[in-house]
Design a protein around this ligand. Structure first.
Ligand code: 9MR
Length: 388
């Protein structure tokens, strides 16, 4: 009994400690005051939401689109999950089914079976569809290394992009044309990743991908999607600078790029410093290039947080609400997608599992598809967002 109480007290302490850390390190002192007591008050934030309207409806009321990544494997066998998607989401992005290794796992044999199933799902439920992704250094098929060389790379690259984009032409709200092309550790002055495509085609492969996609599907919004630049570390700042330079280069060459996708895989542990003002000014810089912005893969890890579900959920919800309040202040932001809808289906369970073996809770719905505080945090950010 005694030791149980001690455990509860200890976990409460750890939880409150994390709250305090987040309050200070996220640079939110303007909002909450930086004192420890004020940070503790956030524990009592009620995350109240008016009415029962879905995230889709709340987003739409502001001229925004809300949706999620989903996959064939789970949506095709789990009607309750499918039903939650139909209820909450105005847009769906296949989590893996349109990546190169899935679509063209066998050379020249394009397999759209699962992608088409998901596309049909969106039509049935009157949702928009997003494509992810045409060009990425990961999830390349096994044959890639054996077959692709400097002589044939351009033909294979163009063929793949044109075939996949044409297949879904007219159906796609937007396409992540190029994903994660920047890696500053690779030592290039332009910040580009030494990807296979860069090796074979040179840095203009990005522009080429946009041109091929635009020709095959002139209606889709063409997006450059990137990860890990949301925080205030010198690394994230340098990545933001490199991204802006890339976007400027593409625009100045007249490449048909329409938007930046900000993945937004966020940390719930408060160990990374988020600076709303700096991030907001980056968003304004992107918008000033005439680009739209999509939040494409939002989720919040909880692996370092207390086991206490009540406290954990509050911390996660608070990260969602704070982050979205900042980004939705920028009118160029037109859509928000979480990388999954229910805690039952999330890459976080493998990528950032909890060391205590408890289930992770990074998404808006719990593993029984009930709305949890993260849902409220998102709903509140939508409700308070300026209208587009
Ligand atoms: O969530 C996706 C996971 O199921 C896949 O195994 C993995 C490789 O295809 O990709 C994950 O999604 C990634 C996305 O495609 C790009 N941004 C990071 C996402 C999480 O890793």
């Amino acid at each position: 009994m005694f030791s149980k109480r001690m455990t509860r007290r200890r976990s409460l302490w750890l939880g409150l400690g994390s709250l305090a850390t987040i309050g200070i390190s996220k640079g939110l002192s303007h909002k909450y005051g930086s004192s420890y007591m004020q940070s503790l008050d956030r524990k009592h934030k009620d995350f109240q939401v008016v009415g029962t309207a879905s995230l889709r409806q709340r987003a739409a009321a502001k001229g925004l689109i809300y949706g999620s990544a989903g996959n064939y494997e789970t949506l095709s066998v789990d009607p309750t999950l499918a039903n939650s998607f139909a209820q909450e989401c105005g847009i769906l992005v296949p989590e893996g089914e349109l990546k190169w290794g899935f679509v063209q796992g066998i050379r020249n044999r394009f397999d759209f079976t699962q992608g088409d199933w998901l596309a049909n799902f969106t039509r049935t439920h009157n949702m928009l569809l997003r494509g992810h992704t045409l060009v990425w250094h990961l999830v390349l098929p096994e044959w890639f290394e054996k077959v692709v060389n400097r002589q044939n790379a351009e033909r294979i690259f163009i063929e793949h992009i044109a075939t996949v984009t044409k297949h879904y032409a007219g159906q796609m709200h937007s396409w992540d044309v190029v994903n994660e092309a920047i890696d500053l550790d690779h030592g290039r002055s332009d910040g580009l990743r030494q990807s296979p495509w860069l090796k074979f085609l040179g840095p203009d492969y990005i522009e080429l991908a946009f041109r091929v996609a635009a020709e095959a599907d002139p209606k889709a919004l063409l997006v450059y999607n990137e990860t890990a630049f949301e925080y205030n570390s010198s690394r994230d700042k340098a990545r933001r600078t490199a991204i802006l330079k890339l976007l400027e280069r593409l625009k100045s060459k007249g490449a048909p790029i329409h938007a930046l996708g900000i993945q937004s895989h966020l940390r719930g542990d408060g160990k990374a410093d988020f600076n709303a003002k700096n991030f907001r000014s980056f968003l304004a810089d992107v918008a000033s290039l005439g680009l739209k912005i999509l939040i494409t893969e939002l989720d919040v890890t909880d692996d370092e947080l207390t086991a206490d579900i009540d406290i954990r959920d509050r911390i996660i919800a608070d990260v969602y609400e704070d982050y979205l309040s900042t980004v939705l202040d920028e009118p160029a932001v037109i859509a928000v997608l979480t990388w999954g809808l229910s805690d039952k289906v999330t890459w976080i369970s493998e990528y950032a599992p909890r060391s205590d073996g408890k289930a992770v809770r990074p998404l808006p719905l719990d593993d029984s598809f009930q709305r949890k505080l993260a849902w409220n945090g998102i709903a509140r950010a939508f409700d308070n967002a300026p209208k587009r």
